[in-house]
Design a protein around this ligand. Structure first.
Ligand code: BES
Ligand code: ZN
Length: 423
């Protein structure tokens, strides 16, 4: 194509023209929702993509990139598009090269699902419970934080990365789920208020189960706090033979959670609300496990008060320690998370950034109206370049879990402060 599509509104104008002029039949149609920057690239790389709808979505964004930037209300356009799935790899590459992101869009099973996602994003329902974000469990939290150890986190990352891969459609992915369920069950064996379950999913060759450990609440067990990360890993290639260690993405998050569980149990901590630790299956294929888990809550009389996602905790991308991602997350809860860091981890610096799209399982919760937060290892521009490759190894994130330990501590403070409240 000879016209330059780099400037301003030109790509959008072209999309409109394409829509009016012709809508060619697509070889294998698929549906995506996509943010405005990635959309501009889509229109350039696949001008025949068909726009189904576009909405303005409120997002809380940092006023400037970087450390301690104030949060301001902004809005971003999100598009629901019908595209040919043969065009997606080119789009993924363009997003990767030009926006320095992976993916940049969410794939949906139907046009209706894409449109429903757009509607939900625009009108995120108010949380049904207004939790107290008062920090008032210093004695309990300060007694537990010093017990947390990077060496335990590293050992769990090692075990998880030793699986050939943890792809949701591979036998290895299924085996990793069984291994984690066994490990968590052994950790909780002595307690009658601890339950470990594996959650099966539906989908083509979906062999991996999500793993959930619950510590049942003593006073207010129907209210739930969720700490999550994803169990699966991905590198393109044959799912049975390809090597995908996923040490940072996201063995680190699952290992950080596992250390939270260990210390809570070692301290005989008993929450008033129920704590759920979830290692989601199939995140890398489009947040599949978390979407199903959130959908399944529909009929349960359980109220999810707060959700934190730990996805990539081990690689320190810059001098700033904790990065709170402000899109697809809850602003009030994010402020609480920043206050937790200031109270319990005052030596750490905090920055704010955005993914620009629903980049991990927090987005599944956020879309359904639950308050979610996503503290991350780095800014988007300085994150671990080795993810989704055979090089996502322990050595390549620096060989220690010292950075991941910060996220374990933040996660522990989060579940104890919210989990100790009740009637
Ligand atoms: N851990 C990544 C998300 C991520 C990567 C966040 C880099 C911040 C910086 C996650 O596992 C992932 O790869 N997500 C997909 C999107 C998902 C909807 C399939 C992605 O980013 O392409
Ligand atoms: Zn991840």
């Amino acid at each position: 194509m000879s016209i330059s599509l780099h400037s301003g509104l030109r790509p959008l104008a072209l999309a409109a023209f394409t829509l009016l002029a012709c809508t060619p039949a697509l070889a294998a149609p698929t549906w995506i929702t996509i943010g405005e920057r990635a959309h501009a690239l889509l229109v350039r790389s696949a001008p025949q993509a068909r726009e189904l709808s576009v909405r303005s979505v409120d997002v809380n964004m940092p006023a400037a990139r970087g450390k301690r930037a104030a949060l301001v209300k902004g809005s971003e356009k999100v598009y629901a598009m019908e595209v040919d799935d043969a065009d997606l790899p080119v789009l993924t590459d363009a997003v990767h090269d030009e926006l320095r992101r992976c993916g940049g869009f969410i794939q949906h099973a139907s046009a209706a699902e894409a449109l429903a996602t757009l509607t939900r994003l625009q009108a995120t329902p108010e949380p049904t419970i207004a939790p107290s974000y008062v920090i008032d469990n210093q004695a309990a939290v300060n007694a537990m934080l010093p017990q947390m150890q990077a060496s335990n986190i590293l050992a769990t990352i090692q075990s998880l990365s030793d699986f050939q891969n943890r792809r949701h459609t591979s036998s290895h992915g299924a085996a990793a789920s069984n291994w984690l369920a066994t490990k968590w069950a052994a950790m909780g064996e002595a307690r009658r208020d601890v339950r470990v379950t594996q959650i099966a999913h539906t989908g083509t060759n979906f062999q991996q189960k999500s793993v959930m450990m619950e510590i049942l609440g003593t006073g207010n067990g129907r209210e739930v706090i969720v700490l999550g990360g994803h169990l699966d890993s991905i590198v393109s290639g044959n799912v049975e033979t390809v090597r995908a260690p996923g040490a940072d993405d996201d063995a680190s998050g699952v290992a950080s959670m596992t250390e939270v569980i260990r210390v809570l149990l070692a301290s005989n901590y008993q929450p008033k609300r129920t704590l759920r630790f979830i290692a989601y299956a199939g995140e890398e294929a489009g947040l599949l496990g978390s979407k199903q888990i959130v959908a399944n809550l529909g009929n349960e009389r359980t109220k999810v008060v707060g959700v934190m996602q730990l996805d990539m905790t081990a690689y320190q991308g810059s001098a700033t320690d904790l990065w709170i991602y402000t899109d697809y997350t809850n602003a009030a809860q994010n402020t609480f998370v920043a206050n937790l860091a200031a109270t319990y981890l005052p030596e750490l610096s905090v920055g704010y950034d955005v993914c620009g799209y629903g980049c991990s399982d927090h987005a599944s919760w956020h879309a359904a109206g639950y308050p979610a937060s996503f503290p991350f290892e780095a800014s988007f521009a300085t994150d671990n370049r080795n993810i989704h490759t055979v090089n996502d190894t322990i050595a390549n994130f620096g060989g220690t879990a010292n950075h991941a330990l910060k996220f374990s501590k933040l996660g522990l403070a989060f579940v104890v402060e919210l989990g100790s409240d009740g009637p």
